[in-house]
Design a protein around this ligand. Structure first.
Ligand code: SAM
Length: 279
């Protein structure tokens, strides 16, 4: 018997009309919908006349539910995974199920759509060639500050999720750690009535938020400019990488690879390579 497919389906992050045609038709056709919260998703299903049976799949039952869903897929049923909003697995349940499906050599197929992180990034005006999705910072201040410190010297654009309960405290911590000059884009209530995309510097964001309590409501994505890249040819990492490569490769090739690995400028790395080899 043919095995079933696990469809990972994105749902809207606010505006129901962002539901894709293919998402609707697959949700109608599958045998079962594994939903983060069946009560929450019921409205969306009713709106699109989707009558497929739903079963809860969330962080508290995924351990028991995963093998059962895999059994059903192996027996030939098609299953769709959805979360409350946006793309499953992105700060949402599903990782365990998708991993198990791959381990069982099952077909896993995405039905792409809304994702708050990507939507915010796309309107941020910050570099998009390289970015890092960092999800939710911890709730407690100490842990949150340590979390932000991990990203302090990261040169790629950073994308964080934050809730209304902690937005002010979290922006305050960001300001302490990243400094006032970094550009930041706050994307609030994307696709909803009070959608706000505010581009500013971290030094101004806190004041702006505090000046209007309405801006502290709803759902948030914070997109933060990466750290200015320190061009430091003496850096320990570059030195180490270059030394190892120079043992095996000619100067030019070794410097090209070292530049790729460390993200440092090619000509700087080449200069250092010449110094190291005494050329
Ligand atoms: N899987 C979802 C996705 O693809 O975006 C994210 C789920 S996560 C539990 C929820 C968080 O995503 C919110 O706290 C907020 O940070 C962000 N988010 C979701 N919808 C949003 C929206 N319409 N506007 C801004 N941020 C949103």
């Amino acid at each position: 018997m043919n095995q079933g497919t696990l469809y990972v389906i994105a749902t809207p992050i606010g505006n129901r009309a962002d539901m894709g045609e293919r998402a609707i038709s697959v949700l109608k056709q599958v045998d079962l919908i594994a939903a983060e919260d069946t009560r929450h998703s019921k409205n969306l299903m009713q709106h699109y006349n989707i009558a497929t049976p739903m079963q809860a799949y969330h962080e508290h039952n995924e351990e028991q539910a995963t093998p059962k869903l895999i059994q059903r897929l192996l027996a030939g049923e098609n299953i769709a995974l959805i979360s409350d909003a946006g793309t499953p697995l992105l700060s949402d349940p599903g990782y365990r199920l998708v991993k198990a499906a791959h381990e069982a050599a099952l077909k896993v197929s995405p039905i792409p759509g809304a994702c708050a992180a990507i939507a915010a990034l796309s309107v941020s005006g910050l570099a998009t060639d390289r970015f890092m999705f960092a999800g939710f910072p911890p709730h407690k201040q100490g842990a949150r500050q340590n979390f932000y410190r991990e990203f302090e010297n990261q040169s790629v654009t950073l994308v964080f999720y934050e809730s209304s309960h902690r937005i002010v405290a979290s922006v305050n911590d960001m300001l302490q750690i990243f400094g006032e000059n970094r550009r930041v884009v706050l994307a609030r209530e994307i696709t909803k009535l009070f959608e706000t995309v505010h581009s500013t510097e971290l030094g101004d964001l806190l004041e702006w938020l505090q000046a209007d309590s309405n801006q502290q409501k709803g759902e948030f994505v914070l997109v933060v400019e990466g750290a200015e890249q320190q061009i430091n040819p003496q850096s320990a990492e570059l030195g180490m990488v270059l030394k190892v490569l120079l043992e095996e490769l000619p100067v030019k090739q070794a410097s090209q690879m070292a530049a790729k690995i460390t993200g440092q400028k090619k000509n700087q790395v080449y200069k250092l390579a010449l110094e190291l080899t005494g050329k």
